[in-house]
Ligand binder design. Structure first.
Ligand code: BGC
Length: 381
């Protein structure tokens, strides 16, 4: 099943490339889309983290349900490739772009869109350093990080721990080129730093207190969210800095990296037979939900990306129709949260959806939200 899905994604990506090359072929129109309808270009960053495959498919089907033509392209974590895809959408006359970018190299393509009066919605990830777009839609990413910190607080029962018998943790962050990584990390550390300050929790390996400590943040970051990089870093930690301690927790920024970290632990005699550290995650990927159910990964954060895609297309529709923006289920960032939309050159309007913390006790939440296939859901009940 997974293979068929992957094949469809690959075919879709090839279709996008053909399309981007300007052959004039329409690779995306669904049955309900008429050839006269406006084109929305959807650029997703990568496929190696499962959610983006689902995000791309959901965005396309919500757009088509509203009568638009929609085209999805995946950037394979390569910003040059994504820029070519965005140029292809512009050449084809797209009226709006929904962009989950890879790094700031996207800015030239966003500037080209602005020059052509094409609206851009930054999707999930804020496009930094650009003044050429107005809208951003995402989850409250600081809260995602807070949930990860709270997962560790709960999993290690830090509230009752003492400095006489400290707990040991090692820290991982997401891609240094993804603005979200800083929010996740700072949210988690806002919960963990007080325990580190009081000596109850000890950090093994580099310890950036916040993402502002750029030198140390780079040392724990995981380029392009690549699982093999996290796995190798964990293996190195286990045989060096963490050789003489038993780790109680690992702050892992998402499920893909969490599972790579758990794999590295399971290959180490100290953890293989016994207790794994409390490992965090996010995205509520099926493999991680199963791992949580089976008592390996400790927690994840459920972000209902189907709802995010639906809200993004509603936003797109209201922008294209020149209507007042009203997105039920999303909060327009205001007050302290306004800075979430600060690109460094402009503050764009940021619409935020709510994440949900998931541990073994409420794994039914994403299941009941129909986040999984029926066959997957059956394994989680
Ligand atoms: C997203 C996460 C995802 C990560 C890696 C982040 O920007 O918010 O949901 O796990 O990218 O793709």
């Amino acid at each position: 099943m997974k293979r068929i899905f992957a094949l469809l994604v690959v075919l879709g990506a090839i279709g996008s490339l053909v399309f981007a090359a300007g052959s004039g072929q329409q690779s995306g129109g669904g049955a309900s889309a008429s050839s006269g309808s406006l084109l929305i270009g959807i650029a997703m960053p990568e496929t190696h983290v499962l959610r983006w495959q689902k995000d791309g498919a959901s965005l396309k089907s919500f757009a088509e349900a509203k009568g638009y033509r929609a085209e999805v392209a995946f950037g394979d974590a390569d910003q040059n490739q994504q820029n070519r895809q965005l140029q292809g959408f512009l050449t084809q006359g797209a009226k709006l772009l929904v962009v989950g970018n890879i790094n700031d190299g996207v800015n030239s393509a966003i500037a080209d869109a602005a020059r052509d009066s094409v609206a851009v919605i930054a999707y999930d990830r804020l496009i930094m350093g650009s003044a050429d777009y107005d809208y951003y839609i995402t989850f409250n990413n600081f809260k995602v990080g807070q949930f990860q910190g709270q997962g560790i607080e709960q999993g290690l029962d830090l509230k009752s721990a003492t400095a006489d018998a400290p707990k040991y943790i090692t820290l991982f962050a997401g891609s240094p080129t993804d603005n979200n990584s800083k929010f996740f990390f700072d949210g988690a550390m806002s919960v963990l730093n007080p325990y580190i300050d009081s000596g109850v929790l000890k950090v093994v390996g580099p310890y950036p207190k916040t993402s502002a400590d750029n030198a140390n943040f780079q040392r724990i970051a995981t380029e392009n969210w690549q699982a093999p990089i996290a796995k190798t870093r964990m293996e190195n930690l286990l045989s060096n800095d963490a050789r003489d301690v038993v780790l109680d927790a690992v702050l892992a920024p998402n499920d893909t990296l969490a599972r790579a970290i758990i794999e590295a632990c399971l290959a180490d005699a100290k953890y293989a037979g016994g207790k794994l550290p409390v490992v965090t995650g996010q995205d509520a990927e099926f493999d991680s939900a199963l791992s949580i159910k089976n008592g390996q990964q400790y927690m994840t954060v459920f972000k209902d990306t189907t709802k995010l895609a639906e809200a993004a297309i509603l936003l797109a529709d209201q922008i294209l129709k020149g209507q007042a923006i009203n997105i039920p289920g999303a909060e327009l960032a205001s007050g302290d949260l306004v800075s979430i939309g600060d690109t460094g050159r402009k503050v764009v309007k940021a619409y935020l959806l709510e994440p949900v913390i998931i541990t073994k006790s409420n794994i039914s939440v994403p299941v009941d939200a129909k986040f999984y296939t029926d066959a997957e859901a059956a394994q989680l009940r």
